[in-house]
Design a protein around this ligand. Structure first.
Ligand code: ADP
Ligand code: MG
Length: 593
């Protein structure tokens, strides 16, 4: 019956387009919206259809946009923002009215907090049903405002192109973020004379990149020349700025130690000899001058404060958004600039004075290298322990050794993400997508769908490895069906420890649960033991991979890499009590002052 309805709609649409072409008389809101998005360079739409946006999605496809139907609006919203981050153009998320839009809210907040460009478009109840209990009626513009840079309802079909242009521009300009457009059913269905609609509404040319004031560059260079323990911190703003070539050159020429943030990984290769990720705590703690390139001093960087940073550390902060300056600590030099031109100008200044550290003799480098050696030895020892059930380190080392080095790594989960970050290396920018600044669980499969679409269009053959904790996978696991439908060869690796943070083996769990009322005694962190997530492949007549040993993982990855048109699930059962290396500081350590 649904098929009947859809084919009816497709038929009506083609009829409409034919009529439109032959008479050139009227155009409906759906088509105006679709053509406007196309005009603004939007490529990807992720969504779920229903009233009133079924025809909208069809119009998108007719206009030449790629439409990917997902299984939950939240995942669609995650996918759209990942497409935005990867392409630099907002990805679009299309949702139905009321609950559809509300399911997007988590995704909108995630994009806004991570500074990723996203445009959410939701249908809403017909305007003449508003206030009288319309179907899925909800104050959608108001609800979105808190999560957006721009939220609006175009007041008439003729104004749709203008609102789309503004929504796309605001999502991508300056610090990227979220736009929302509200499209009542009445607006989508409205027919207006085509010649009165400014469909050729301009598409804003890329804005000239913001350049640093020369005096600021000079001050930054002077500070670096005077520093005894300088450090570059590369954030996902540097990744978004596409400053990889300039930064790699700067690092190679100056031999300055650099530390990527989680999603700053790969802007300069993790395998660079100047990467000090393995001495992170020490580098942050002892640095006397830090150049902060597209990263914020929020919880992820311990607010830039003691006890994690030296109290007198001097920060050179470079950001596209001056409102970010002096947050948490006062920056010595605050540079309002895009990362790329700033790094070019800094490199030029430093090269004039032949600034370069010598890691073989430089004291700062010597102390960092010592720490790197000790930490690497610890990790190697853990990874060498391949006894069953496996620990995290052995799993990640095996995964790292058996995947193509230029893969996009999607990762979420608590221990899975934290431990995996150190062992799964990135040597290309924007090749790590994880729970990010908002620490959002459930982002993985949506991100992976978008990344796999991007690979297909821009980097054929490149693989997406989606490394999930078992709890994290549960949030959006049904997107496996989306991956099947769109023939996306995502490799989902589930690191399964039967729980959130930690779990219990089956026997222990049985004992615990028989000790009293099941809802009172089941530990909140526990999930069922040894869940066979890989059997989800059987829903599609395929076979997944269950792994307990290093050899199992190798064999599974080999098979999964042979698949080019369908996803794979590799379910790795690990020791439920495996955990990370003891940390010097609690991960949320902040100033006690
Ligand atoms: P991370 O999580 O890697 O630390 P954040 O998301 O905290 O990164 O910070 C990214 C910062 O980068 C934001 O403050 C944002 O304004 C900034 N930014 C984004 N794009 C650019 C750009 N092209 N040039 C400079 N800064 C940018
Ligand atoms: Mg788990």
């Amino acid at each position: 019956m649904l098929l009947g309805r859809i084919s009816q709609l497709v038929f009506r649409r083609s009829l409409h387009v034919t009529q439109k072409l032959s008479s050139n008389m009227t155009i409906d809101g759906n088509t105006i919206l679709a053509e406007s998005l196309k005009k603004q360079g939007v490529e990807y739409v992720f969504g779920i259809v229903g009233i009133p946006v079924i025809e909208t999605a069809l119009a998108f496809q007719s206009a030449g946009l790629k439409y990917i139907g997902m299984r939950n609006e939240q995942a669609a919203c995650y996918a759209a923002q990942a497409a935005g981050y990867l392409t630099g153009k907002p990805g679009v998320c299309l949702a139905v009215s009321g609950p559809g839009l509300l399911h997007c809210i988590g995704g909108m907040a995630n994009a806004q907090v991570n500074c990723w460009p996203l445009l959410v478009i939701a249908g809403s109840c017909p305007e003449d049903h508003e206030g009288i209990g319309g179907f899925q009626e909800w104050p959608q513009v108001e609800s979105s405002r808190l999560y957006c840079k721009y939220a609006a309802r175009p007041p008439s079909p003729r104004l749709i192109p203008q609102h789309v242009e503004k929504a796309v521009r605001l999502a991508a300009a300056g610090r990227p973020g979220v736009s929302y457009l509200d499209m009542p059913g009445t607006l989508l269905m409205a027919e207006v004379e085509e010649e009165k609609v400014p469909l050729e509404y301009y598409s804003a040319a890329p804005v000239e990149l913001a350049h640093a004031a020369p005096a600021q560059v000079w001050r930054a260079a002077e500070l670096l020349r005077a520093a005894r323990r300088p450090l570059l911190v590369l954030g996902k703003g540097a990744a978004y700025a596409r400053a990889e070539l300039q930064l790699t050159q700067l690092v190679n020429d100056t031999k300055l130690p650099f530390l990527p943030t989680p999603m700053g990984k790969g802007v300069v290769s993790d395998e660079s000899e100047y990467c000090v990720s393995t001495a992170r705590t020490q580098a942050l703690l002892k640095a006397d001058v830090i150049v902060l390139l597209g990263a914020r001093l929020n919880w992820m960087l311990h607010f830039g404060q003691p006890p994690r940073f030296a109290p007198d550390v001097k920060v050179i902060q470079v950001d596209i958004n001056p409102e970010e300056f002096h947050n948490s600590v006062k920056s010595e030099v605050a540079v309002h600039s895009d990362i790329k031109p700033f790094v070019e100008a800094l490199a030029q200044n430093l090269s004039k004075s032949k600034f370069s550290l010598d890691p073989a003799t430089n004291e700062w480098w010597q102390s960092l290298k010592q720490k790197q050696k000790a930490n690497t030895e610890f990790v190697e020892a853990q990874a060498a322990n391949t006894s069953v059930p496996l620990n995290y380190y052995a799993v990640f080392k095996t995964v790292q050794q058996n995947i193509p080095k230029d893969s996009i790594i999607v990762s979420e989960g608590a221990n899975t993400m934290d431990i995996g970050r150190g062992l799964l290396l990135n040597n290309k920018p924007r090749h790590r997508l994880d729970a990010g600044t908002f620490g959002t669980m459930g982002v993985g499969p949506g991100f992976a769908v978008a990344a796999a679409m991007w690979c297909r269009d821009y980097a054929p053959g490149k693989r997406v490895i989606c490394v999930e904790g078992d709890s994290a996978f549960g949030f959006s696991g049904m997107e496996i069906e989306t991956m099947f439908r769109y023939k996306l060869p995502v490799i989902i690796v589930i690191v399964n420890n039967n729980g959130i943070y930690n779990g219990f083996n089956k026997e222990m769990m049985a004992d615990i649960q028989s000790s009293g009322d099941v809802a009172q005694c089941t530990p909140p962190t526990a999930l069922s033991g040894e869940v066979r997530y890989e059997k989800m492949m059987e829903m599609f007549g395929e076979t997944g991979h269950l792994c307990r040993t290093v050899e199992d993982i190798k064999a599974a990855l080999k098979k999964a890499l042979e698949e080019t048109e369908k996803p794979s699930i590799i379910n790795i059962l690990i020791d439920p009590q495996s955990s990370r290396k003891p940390q010097t500081f609690n991960w949320l350590t902040e100033s006690k002052l």
